[in-house]
Design a binder for this molecule. Structure first.
Ligand SMILES: Cc1cc2nc3c(=O)[nH]c(=O)nc-3n(C[C@H](O)[C@H](O)[C@H](O)COP(=O)(O)OP(=O)(O)OC[C@H]3O[C@@H](n4cnc5c(N)ncnc54)[C@H](O)[C@@H]3O)c2cc1C
Length: 427
């Protein structure tokens, strides 16, 4: 079988060393078979192992091959949809549960890093930057809202204060979340995979699930083996393809691109982001950036609907970076790559059960570093028979994309064009 390598990213180039992992070539038996070794799969596996389940993880390529090993590394709390929108959709009780969980993912990451001694350049502090008075007003109302759910660590930044944390003169203000922050995402995934193995879990790489035999005793087939399990967790997200047609129908893979500069040196790096916080702006099609451990700038932005790989990533993202930081005009770009996240029509994650024993979580629509860690905990709770928090997610309404799989890309692109125009015109 072909050995799928990581994409040529800064993360792959600076990944911690890991032992080679086997390809599944047998017929094995386990309690839970997890499909996909991104954060959703690894977090589920870890919580399950900590609770006494036997766990086997199947990964089509390598640990962290998907979005979890390619993302901007920003620990952004909450969901890709504002909690008041959620409240209007689902009512106060369910919104209360979801609101209380909105900042839990960041805590889980920190607990994992500390407990399993994961070397992933973890830094505290994330900034939401407002490009207009309207966006600043929105941040103010978000802060009030999050405080209602018990999240009181947020600090509003006026125009003077935001200049102290980011040397970009586009912003009128912002909000600092010290429970946000950033990590080397691939090294976080690799560290979590090592933790899974330290607890007795098995991870097979280059072992795609190609068929699921459903029923009371489900079996997951790979090209050379099979896993018999009591439960299956589907965690393939934007890379799952059509393995589970029900899930493919109501979501859409989208590409987003990231570039990494050459090392900037202490002085220049500090002049851009003196406290080393990560930043994302408040546009619908947002830009996000941060420094790496070795003082490069990682800058991401833009969306390609339908997950086609753009030919020249640097040509798309570099102008955005220079708009924020014209002082980087002579700086070289060392890496550029693309990755896929999974969009849902509501931009809320899809969580649920197919039959009695196949569980899934997917589609956090962009902000997934924290949510996926929470999802692992919530899925593990459900498998242990405590489904209240799982149900709060599972009961969120979801709809297929208009136009089905054929027309969902142009429809979504049209929607994004509209929101992009609103961002540009500032209304
Ligand atoms: C470029 C980029 C930047 C981003 N930046 C941020 C950010 O800064 N902050 C943030 O919060 N979120 C960000 N996100 C989103 C975030 O990375 C994702 O939401 C999150 O990593 C999804 O994790 P996951 O485990 O669900 O999916 P993935 O990490 O994509 O993992 C799915 C895994 O399943 C495997 N798989 C698929 N099908 C099969 C199969 N049939 N059998 C076996 N294995 C299979 C894949 O190979 C893959 O390894 C970004 C996403 C991208 C692409």
């Amino acid at each position: 079988m072909a050995n799928t390598p990581y994409p040529e990213s800064y993360y792959a180039a600076s990944a911690n060393a890991v032992p080679p992992r086997p390809t599944l070539q047998d017929d094995v038996e386990t309690d839970v078979c997890v499909i996909g070794a991104g954060y959703t799969g690894l977090s589920s596996a870890l919580f399950l192992l900590e609770n006494g389940f036997r766990v086997t993880v199947l990964e089509a390529a390598k640990v962290g091959f998907g979005a979890s090993g390619r993302n901007g590394g920003q620990i952004v709390n909450s969901y890709s949809r504002d909690i008041d929108v959620i409240e209007r959709t689902v009512g106060p009780r369910q919104a209360q549960l979801l609101g209380q969980m909105a900042f839990e993912g960041g805590r889980i990451i920190r607990e994992r890093v500390a407990k399993y001694n994961i070397q992933c350049d973890l830094k505290d502090g994330g900034v939401f930057a407002a490009l207009s008075a309207k966006q600043m007003g929105h941040l103010e109302s978000q802060k009030r809202l999050w405080e209602r759910f018990g999240h009181t660590q947020l600090e509003l930044l006026d125009e003077r204060r935001i200049r102290e944390v980011v040397a970009c003169d586009q912003y009128v203000g912002g909000m600092l979340d010290m429970s946000g922050g950033h990590i080397h995402p691939l090294n976080l995934a690799l560290g979590e995979a090592a933790a899974v193995e330290s607890l007795g879990g098995t991870i097979y790489e280059q072992s795609p699930a190609v068929r699921i035999e459903r029923g009371a005793n489900p079996v997951v087939h790979t090209p050379q083996g099979k896993v018999r399990a009591k439960f299956i967790i589907v965690a393939g997200n934007a890379y799952l393809g059509n393995l589970v047609p029900e899930l493919a129908a109501k979501s859409m893979p989208c590409g987003t691109q990231v570039i990494t500069t050459e090392p900037l040196g202490e002085e220049l790096a500090k002049s851009l982001l003196p406290q080393d916080y990560c930043v994302e702006d408040c546009n619908y099609l947002l830009d996000y950036y941060r420094l790496t451990g070795d003082k490069r700038l990682i800058f991401g932005g833009g969306v390609v609907y339908g997950a086609r790989d753009p030919a020249n990533i640097e040509a798309i993202i570099r102008p955005k970076m220079l708009k924020a930081f014209p002082q980087l005009k002579d700086v070289k770009i060392d890496y550029a790559w693309t990755g896929n996240f999974l969009l849902t029509l509501s931009r809320l994650p899809q969580v649920g059960r197919l039959g009695d024993n196949i569980y899934y979580s997917q589609g956090c629509s962009g902000h997934g570093v924290t949510y996926t860690h929470l999802a692992g905990k919530v899925l593990a709770e459900a498998l242990r028979g405590q489904a209240e928090r799982f149900d709060a997610f599972a009961d969120l309404p979801h709809y297929p994309f208009p136009g089905g799989q054929l027309l969902r890309t142009p429809f979504a692109a049209l929607g994004a064009w509209y929101y992009g125009l609103r961002d540009k015109l500032g209304f």
